[in-house]
Design a protein around this ligand. Structure first.
Ligand SMILES: [Zn+2]
Length: 445
């Protein structure tokens, strides 16, 4: 029986590959923003072979006009606005806010988290986000999901994954405080002192981390009243960054408080996540070091809303931080943008619901950032931060076919991004016609 299944699988796979190996698609784009830094072009044809963009031509090309394309399928987006697949530089794809996070921590299996991540990934993809940078989540689960997507086993956004976020004992990300016999040892991202911090970085790399995420300061959703200021010492942060860079991995530092942010920038991080208490002095250091800010306004917006509308949802320590940090994040982005800080788009999805990633664009715009720069942040800049410039971020020959469409120009109204009409990820069209499912029995955020 096993032999039969094996040979059937072989036949199936062979024919599948034969089919897939030369599949052409021609996209007719009414309006095309191929590169967010450049002008919109009208009536363009994007030629896609298998997973890759082969060419972009003026006018509407028909099958057979170009050698090899006789059997190409034409995708008619002649009344749509076409742009590169969007990129979210800050997600937690394996989870979404629940009212009982402490219980979940000791009861949910990695296998369950992986399956949840698969569903959340599809929601993210349907929202037009074809690439995400995951910045902390159960290590084995996120690497398995990433690899399964990259190998074409399951559909999902391209994932670059940090593995376990790195945190000091008792810090934002430790999530401890359980009885030792229930949760005996912290995860592999918990470290104190220079030697342990280096080892924590190297351990993530050993198991497959694409980049390193550490928490330079306290965080809003940690279940303790430990503030939002610096937690790792300067020396620990330098050790973390050096160990990561020595192995060719970029570093993302979660930071709200000013001192923690300055320490992280001085240590040489590649991006600061959140940056809530950013001011002119911090902005200057950003510009000097060339680090990106990933603003995550929607995370601030979400926690502030929950804390206001559902006073019992958070424990008091979290509620207080949520009310404090939420409102100041927009101001931080305004200062950063005015002073020329490089900005990469990122949401903290998991705090907000997966699939609502595009709402960040609306909030960034409300904070004073022009639509075009937001689109650059969500494509070219995010790709650069993730070292994926050769792969995605623009619609260009040789890059993966990560292409979306919306019904009107996002340069005029970013809210159009909330409802993509077409999503293609690495040449595969995504089914957008999926009825919404309420995953958790409480209001969506
Ligand atoms: Zn986060």
């Amino acid at each position: 029986m096993r032999k039969l299944v094996g040979s059937l699988a072989l036949i199936f796979c062979t024919s599948l590959y034969a089919q897939v190996s030369n599949q052409w698609k021609i996209i007719h784009a009414g309006a095309l923003l191929a590169d967010a830094r450049e002008a919109v072009q009208t009536e363009q044809s994007i030629l896609v072979r298998n997973n890759v963009i082969v060419d972009i031509r003026d006018g509407y090309v028909s099958p057979g006009d170009v050698t090899g394309t006789a059997n190409a399928r034409v995708i008619d987006l002649s009344n749509q606005f076409v742009l590169p697949g969007l990129i979210d530089s800050h997600t937690h794809i394996l989870s979404q806010q629940e009212p009982n996070p402490r219980e979940v921590r000791v009861t949910r299996s990695n296998e369950m988290s992986t399956l949840m991540g698969y569903e959340f990934g599809k929601r993210t993809l349907r929202a037009g986000f074809t690439t995400i940078r995951n910045v902390g989540g159960a290590r084995n689960a996120i690497f398995a999901l990433r690899d399964a997507i990259n190998q074409g086993i399951v559909m999902g956004p391209r994932i670059r994954a940090a593995g376990q976020g790195i945190t000091p004992t008792g810090g934002h990300g430790d999530g401890g405080g359980f009885r030792d016999d229930i949760f005996p040892h912290p995860h592999t991202g918990v470290c104190d002192g220079v030697a342990e911090c280096r080892k924590a970085v190297r351990t993530q790399v050993k198991y497959g981390a694409d980049h390193i995420k550490y928490v330079a300061t306290g965080g809003v959703l940690s279940q303790t009243a430990t503030g939002t200021e610096q937690q790792f010492t300067d020396e620990e942060q330098i050790a973390l960054v050096q160990a990561a860079h020595a192995m060719g991995r970029k570093v993302a530092a979660h930071a709200h408080g000013k001192a923690g942010m300055m320490a992280a920038l001085r240590a040489g991080v590649d991006s600061i996540e959140h940056g809530s208490y950013l001011d002119a002095e911090v902005a200057e250091l950003f510009v000097q070091t060339g680090a990106y800010l990933v603003p995550t306004l929607i995370a601030g917006h979400t926690v502030e809303r929950i804390a206001t509308e559902q006073p019992d949802f958070f424990v008091p320590a979290v509620r207080q931080k949520a009310l404090e940090v939420g409102p100041i994040m927009r101001n931080a982005l305004r200062i950063a943008h005015e002073r020329g800080v490089k900005i990469a788009y990122g949401t903290d999805a998991g705090v907000n619901d997966h699939g609502t990633n595009a709402y960040e664009a609306v909030l960034m715009n409300e904070a004073g950032m022009p639509a075009r720069e937001i689109l650059i942040a969500a494509t070219v800049n995010a790709a650069d931060l993730m070292s994926l410039t050769d792969v995605t971020g623009t619609i260009e020959a040789g890059k993966d076919a990560d292409i979306i469409a919306v019904s009107s120009s996002p340069l005029e109204d970013l809210a159009t991004l909330l409802q993509p009409t077409f999503v293609m990820a690495r040449g595969n069209e995504v089914d957008l016609d999926v009825p919404p499912v309420d995953l958790f029995p409480w209001p969506n955020f």
